[in-house]
Write a protein that binds this ligand. Sequence first.
Ligand code: ZN
Length: 286
Amino acid sequence: MDTVLYFSVLLLTAVRPMYSAPRIVDLSHQQDDNAVSWPVNPPYNFTKLHRGFYAPFNIWLENNHIAMPEHMGTHVDAPVHTFKGTWRTHQIPIEKLYGPGVIINVKAKVESNPDYRVSTDDLLKYEEKYGEIPRHSVVIMNSGWTQKYLNNTLVWGTMQLLDSSTFHFPSWHEEAVTWLINKRQVNAIGVDTPSTDYGQSKTLPCHLIMGKNNVVGIENVANLDNIPESGSTIYVPVIKIYDGSGGPARLFGTYDDDPDKTNAASTATSSMFYTCFFIIPLIIKF
Ligand SMILES: [Zn+2]
């Protein structure tokens, strides 16, 4: 019996698949009354239609009505948002709503300058580290702004929320956006702040360039510290609103853990799995 057990363990160890954990990261903030919205927008409205026992079917039933601005919380800007004649929300091809994830970390620069704009130089530095930005990428600025998310004064960088000339938050420089579109043919460009143009912008050049080129915008992205700067796939599943200019999205990213990074915990878990399902039955049988 000892010999059978020994060879069983040896065999199982040999055929045990490499440990590789697919990871998924939620990149969206929750939609509710507090979700960030351009201050002049009407409020989010969530109304309970029914919450309780529903006699006709003899079941518990919950059913609500929501009304909200398209551009609220984690959301997409359809190209038509700022450029006439381009795609409305329902017209954005599904293949434009995902791609290799590229996270541009500018947290250190933003700390000393809330009006920072991501530059072409930042993109070239990223490429030095991770290689060329793939075609059809979803490129998102990580400025660290997600930490401020539920505080409107911090998010907009002002106490005067109804005066947009007082806004201070980072975003993209139009030269970097042009470079990403012309040189790397990206699918989407996003930010963890409220706009793909920085707070002090008066003319929204990034919005105009992205709109004109049918490139999708993404605003108020969350959890960017929890996804690798390179090597993920990011999905931008915006609600398919007919004739819309954008819409809320449950943004998420996926990536595979490097098998070489197998840690003690995962090894212990898989050993327990094999002990329970293979070794113990063998012992019982013999
Ligand atoms: Zn928007």
